[in-house]
Design a protein around this ligand. Sequence first.
Ligand SMILES: N[C@@H](CCC(=O)N[C@@H](CS)C(=O)NCC(=O)O)C(=O)O
Length: 314
Amino acid sequence: MITLYELRWSHYCEKIRLALNYMQLPWQAVGIHPFSKKEMRMHALPAHLPNYTVPAVWDDAKSRFVMDSTPILRYLAQSYPDAPQLFPGDADNRAAIDAQLLEFDTMLSLPARRFGYSQLIFESPSTLVDLFMNKPWNAPVLRHVVGFVLGMVLCKRFDFHRAEGIGLYEALEAYLLQLTARLQGRAYVVGDAFSVADLALAAQLRPLTIVPFFADNPQLAPLFARHRQVLAQRSTEGDSAYQAAIAKARLRKAPVRRILHQRLVALPFSVGHAFAANDQINVWDKGMWAMPYHYLVTLRRGKLRLRHASATVR
Ligand SMILES: N[C@@H](CCC(=O)N[C@@H](CS)C(=O)NCC(=O)O)C(=O)O
């Protein structure tokens, strides 16, 4: 039996759930405590990685612990060659799928995570309490205070407040526009067969479905249509908790959008050959003192509530 250590809402973990189901392997999920991660610490930390992250898998049958989503996919494909193929085709096609996975892990997933969390902070911060605290915390004042603290911690961990300053929205938009153009007229992300690259794209776009700047961009509609189509065929999970929370919040208040700018900026990440980059920053240093200001002011610059996109705001 394969055990998947996960945070349920993580788009990296969703990618692995999709792959395990596609391969029809027997597996079980273990939700980890997001801070202590105690459930997985009995397994030694892989030497090339700085700290425990999810997804990670423990394969009982082969006594193997593998961390990091793309190495997990490589491991599953190599260990279970008789299962439906994640990396179909010849060696060149398989290498192209692998490279595409690392590209999505870095260029798409890192900024998508930042924008997905930022959107929750703008529109439904107490949802962070439901995601990160393992017990139901129902008292409204407590939810508010804990949501605020969690939002600040995440803001520090991932530099959400710098997104406007470094042009991250425009940089991701430019990447997604070229990806949309590249995929136009193509049934599959790589080559001429369905592969784990299609599953990866579907899972890793999910955080952006709640961010109007991307979700309401008509030029990106084909990409989101692909995301919906793959999930309709390959997933039985439905909306995630954060999508449901945002939908509920928008029944009461207009979505938070951003003022549009013209900028030509490249994503500040580079894709590795063997492993994806990560962007987690140490939380508990002196920079934390400035976080209440960044959380309340810098992060919200250029944002406003508007029911529908306009020529200047999306
Ligand atoms: N490149 C890694 C990214 C994994 C990652 O960053 N996972 C996050 C959840 S989305 C995590 O475990 N975070 C824990 C932490 O920040 O301490 C992969 O592809 O698996």
